[in-house]
Design a protein around this ligand. Structure first.
Ligand code: OFO
Length: 168
């Protein structure tokens, strides 16, 4: 059975995943209003993935006989000023999330809760991919010319990102 401390740590992580989902949703709306439909699409799909992460944790708590709680989610941060800032912020959110996942791993280790330790490893692996994706996005914008990229190169980047598969 989950300890009370572990259950509440898992519930906080559910909230963090949902918060991440809202951030991607909000940035996606921003991207769409700036004319970047492809980037919006990528961010919307990612928003869905973050919600799936929340569900995964919820199901795990239930499986272990615990009681998940749906908490209030903080509002997403302000819109980014440009695509470079958008992807930099996405990367920072993912790094912060990795830190939160590592804390869960630490707690499971301290408690010798090996089931949760094992469960959390999926997220450890996922974070490697998510950070890599964000870094790739930053690189792609840099290659396109960063803040001084021409409309044309941003347009083709947007098109390419809209078609990019989530595992890339
Ligand atoms: Fe972006 O990551 Fe969930 O966990």
């Amino acid at each position: 059975r989950l300890s009370a401390a572990m259950q509440s740590a898992l519930i906080s992580q559910m909230t963090k995943e949902l918060h991440a989902s809202q951030i991607y949703l909000s940035y996606g709306i921003w991207a769409d209003t700036q004319g970047y439909g492809g980037i919006a699409n990528l961010l919307f799909r990612h928003s869905g993935e973050e919600r799936d992460h929340m569900i995964k944790i919820m199901e795990y708590i239930l499986q272990r006989g615990g009681r998940p709680v749906v908490e209030a989610i903080p509002a997403p941060p302000q819109d980014p000023v440009n695509i470079t800032e958008c992807f930099n912020k996405v990367f920072q959110h993912e790094v912060d999330n990795t830190t939160a996942i590592y804390k869960l791993v630490d707690l499971s280790f301290e408690e010798k809760d090996w089931a949760t330790w094992n469960f959390a490893q999926w997220f450890v692996k996922e974070q490697i991919e998510e950070e890599k994706l964000a870094l790739d996005l930053i690189d792609k914008v840099k290659i396109a010319g960063g803040d001084r990229a021409s409309d044309e190169s941003l347009f083709s980047l947007d098109e390419a990102l809209g078609k990019m598969s989530d595992s890339e």
